[in-house]
Design a protein around this ligand. Structure first.
Ligand code: CTP
Ligand code: CA
Length: 224
């Protein structure tokens, strides 16, 4: 097995993957979340492990199960995910940020359950820290950083904007206009745009196969 592992394309490379949604607490029983299942990120973590990498998977709340050799770190909120990413990123050769991080979090978290009121309820929200952009700011030239872009309109223009502003090596564009793509499906259709703005469009396929395409692209850059 030792001999076999040596031949794997990502032998012992440290790779960080994030997956799933984040939950932002409103009070002890309620939160703001999103529809991310974690399927795409878990498939990516699994695939990296199969390629011989030493994988840390930082996951928001998800019912997915990870490969036994994946080191899983469970977090709940965007703030917790940021802290975990800052801890693991410096040691990583590559990071793929596939988590659906909340863009906003409640300004205050009520310590007791908020009682219902006839007048309705307004919840004040503040922006979360952009984790990917933070990592892009501390990235060394020997590290590879990959992000996702989930878009409904002006897809390529928006994805290229994120690629540049977050200092990424490539971005995986998911369009919600593509049939069979999105949060709850077992399939996905992606376009990869790299920092030279080369664009590769892939067919609709199972998330496990999409993960192979993404991980191969990372391996190509690491082994270049
Ligand atoms: N992301 C992040 N931290 C946040 C928000 C997003 O790390 N607080 C990451 C996501 O994991 C993804 C990438 O940024 O890899 C793009 O996320 P997306 O929601 O498509 O873009 P945003 O920059 O949040 O912009 P918007 O939601 O307004 O399109
Ligand atoms: Ca967002």
């Amino acid at each position: 097995l030792g001999e076999l592992k040596k031949k794997l394309p990502l032998n012992k490379q440290k790779i960080l993957v994030t997956a799933g949604p984040t939950y932002e607490a409103i009070d002890p029983v309620r939160f703001i979340g999103n529809h991310s299942s974690g399927k795409m990120g878990f498939a990516i973590a699994d695939q990296f492990a199969k390629m011989g990498a030493d994988v840390v998977l930082i996951s928001g709340p998800s019912s997915q199960r990870s490969h036994q050799s994946v080191n899983r770190v469970d977090v709940t909120s965007a703030a917790e995910m940021l802290e975990a990413c800052q801890q693991y990123f410096p040691d990583a050769k590559a990071c793929v940020m596939s988590a659906a991080v909340a863009d906003y979090t409640p300004v205050t978290v009520a310590s007791q359950k908020i009682k219902k009121q006839d007048a309705g309820l307004n919840i004040g929200l503040k922006k979360t820290t952009d984790i990917l952009k933070t990592l892009g700011g501390i990235k060394r030239s020997d590290q590879i950083l990959v992000g996702f872009a989930l878009e409904t309109n002006d897809e390529e223009q928006n994805a290229v904007g994120k690629l540049k502003s977050k200092n990424l090596d490539f971005i995986v564009l998911n369009s919600l206009n593509d049939k069979g793509a999105g949060f709850k499906t077992d399939t996905n259709k992606i376009t990869i745009i790299d920092k030279e703005l080369h664009k590769t469009t892939y067919d609709l396929k199972g998330k496990d196969e999409v993960a192979i395409d993404i991980c191969n692209k990372v391996a190509e850059l690491i082994n270049a």
